[in-house]
Design a protein around this ligand. Structure first.
Ligand code: ADP
Ligand code: MG
Length: 494
């Protein structure tokens, strides 16, 4: 019995990520981050987004947003009330399999435009009809009453302007070869124009940038948000950078953008921080997960931090302990019957969902009853012993805490490199994703690590405000469309 707990403790210790390592990680993150601002093809992509200001909560108006990249295509309209609140109307449409892969780019984007059309007819018919009337009267397009639309497109794109970006490759089951290399905003706009809809594709949106914008609009007080971070299926962050630090802008191809604010939001793509493992921790379980993944050697930070992977790390540890006969882990003691049925997803790659870790970490009951129930629900494991449950809890705690501390590395590095904590003001961070929202004390572990980094420390930690920011691809996308349309109007006036 105690051999099992000793072994669990020994394994958990491999996931320790001590203060000295956090500090080393921060220094390396700052180095890779600054490198990413100077040139392309670096581990941290540091992608310029062409969004050059963040909202303060007084923005007003009705905007459209669409989101392509999940199981459903989402269309919504967002009414920004100008007082940090908004109302949102939405519809979700399953994309037919043949549209995702068999057809042409034109068919896909016409399908999307038709969904926008029916959404407008259902929810904004008056505006729609009025537009058609005016267009017929004027015999032309009337720019002034177009809806501005923010397009969240969650595939790899090369962004060339606020509403311009070419598709690098499809992922997630999409496969329409003739779209690759094309500007996805232009594709959507021409489909919209073919249907004569009163819509202008104003912005190409990354969900992390949307998270930052949504938080900045809804956050209390006048402080604009500095950073948006996602800890969900994946992990990524976006933050406000000084334009003169983004020296690679001079060498990359791009269209015009507003330079008056002196700032631009950078999409860090931090999931690929330190792919070459110069500072990231690397247990045998991390190595095994990576080797068995479809993309070995990439997204190495994400593979230690995000919801898609933490369950799998736990599964590999549990299998390892289960195979070690002498520990009797998950074996009913009396008959030494295996209490894990062959059909348990413990034996299947990706078979443990990270929500199990949240349940295990949360159980404070004496008999660990919640862990037992969760093991039965998730893995069909019957009658685990108290020692089994304790062993699992020990390991889970270590995996979850390491993830949060790694998250703190990225967050504190960005704060330090941008000198945000020097001014003594409040720094606002918007976060989204099930891991940060539901994993018990995730933020607490992040803050513990903050305090261990001298340049942040107690004083810095107290000035950092972290708030949940929901719906980056809805309200966030709307806000980016708003900023984009204002910039567009300003540039036309010049
Ligand atoms: P997405 O990132 O796709 O927008 P979410 O933010 O909901 O969606 O993140 C989904 C990820 O979070 C999945 O990897 C899932 O395993 C994990 N997850 C879901 N529920 C929880 C939970 N209660 N605690 C921790 N992780 C969770
Ligand atoms: Mg999400």
């Amino acid at each position: 019995m105690s051999a099992l707990l000793d072994e669990a403790t020994r394994i958990a210790r491999q996931f320790d990520y001590p203060a000295a390592e956090v500090r080393r990680g921060v220094a390396e993150y700052i180095r890779q981050m600054n490198e990413g601002l100077t040139k392309e093809h670096t581990t941290l992509s540091q992608i310029p987004t062409f969004v050059t200001s963040v909202p303060n909560g007084t923005e007003k108006g009705l905007y459209l947003a669409v989101d392509l990249g999940g199981t459903n295509f989402r269309v919504c309209s967002i009414d920004l009330h100008g007082d940090t609140t908004f109302s949102l109307t939405q519809s979700k449409i399953m994309i037919p399999r043949e549209t995702m892969s068999a057809g042409s780019a034109k068919e896909l984007f016409l399908f999307l435009a038709r969904q926008i059309e029916s959404f407008l007819r259902i929810h904004h018919n008056e505006h729609f009809e009025a537009h058609i009337r005016r267009r017929n009267e004027k015999n032309g397009n009337c720019e002034e009453d177009l809806f501005d639309l923010g397009f969240t497109f969650s595939f790899p794109v090369r962004q060339l302007g606020i509403n311009k970006g070419t598709l690098i490759r499809w992922t997630k089951g999409f496969d329409i070869p003739d779209a690759v290399g094309q500007d996805v905003c232009a594709l959507l706009q021409s489909a919209i124009d073919e249907l004569e809809l009163p819509v202008r594709v104003a912005a190409l949106v990354n969900d992390t940038v949307g998270t930052l914008m949504a938080r900045s609009y809804t956050s209390p007080g006048e402080t604009g948000t500095f950073l948006g971070a996602i800890f969900g299926t994946g992990t990524n962050g976006a933050y406000v950078e000084k334009l003169d630090r983004i020296t690679k802008m001079q060498t990359i191809e791009h269209s015009e953008y507003d330079k008056t604010t002196g700032e631009m939001i950078i999409n860090a793509e931090w999931g690929s921080f330190d792919n070459h493992l110069s500072v990231l921790p690397n247990t045998v379980y991390d190595q095994q997960l990576d080797a068995d993944s479809i993309n070995p050697g990439v997204q190495m930070f994400e593979k230690r931090v995000s919801g898609m992977f933490l369950g799998e790390i736990l599964r590999l540890v549990m299998l390892d302990m289960h195979r070690n006969e002498s520990l009797g882990f998950l074996k009913t003691s009396a008959s030494s019957d295996v209490s894990v049925p062959k059909t348990s997803s413990l034996y299947r790659q990706w078979g443990i969902d990270t929500s199990l870790l949240s349940l295990v970490e949360a159980d404070k009951t004496e008999g660990l009853e919640e862990i037992k129930a969760a093991l039965k629900d998730h893995l069909k494991i019957e009658r685990p012993s108290i020692a089994d449950c304790k062993a699992i809890q020990t390991v889970v705690h270590a995996i979850g805490k390491r993830a949060a501390r790694l998250g703190a590395v990225a967050l504190s590095a960005v704060l330090i490199a941008t000198n945000r904590l020097d001014k003594g003001d409040l720094v606002d961070i918007g976060v989204d994703g099930s891991l940060v929202e539901y994993y018990p004390n995730f933020e607490g572990y992040v803050r513990e690590a903050f305090r261990e980094v001298p340049e942040v420390g107690d004083a810095g930690d107290k000035r950092i405000r972290i708030g949940i920011s929901k719906d980056g691809s809805g309200v966030g996308a709307a806000l980016i469309a708003l900023v984009a349309s204002k910039e567009d109007a300003r540039m036309k006036a010049q």
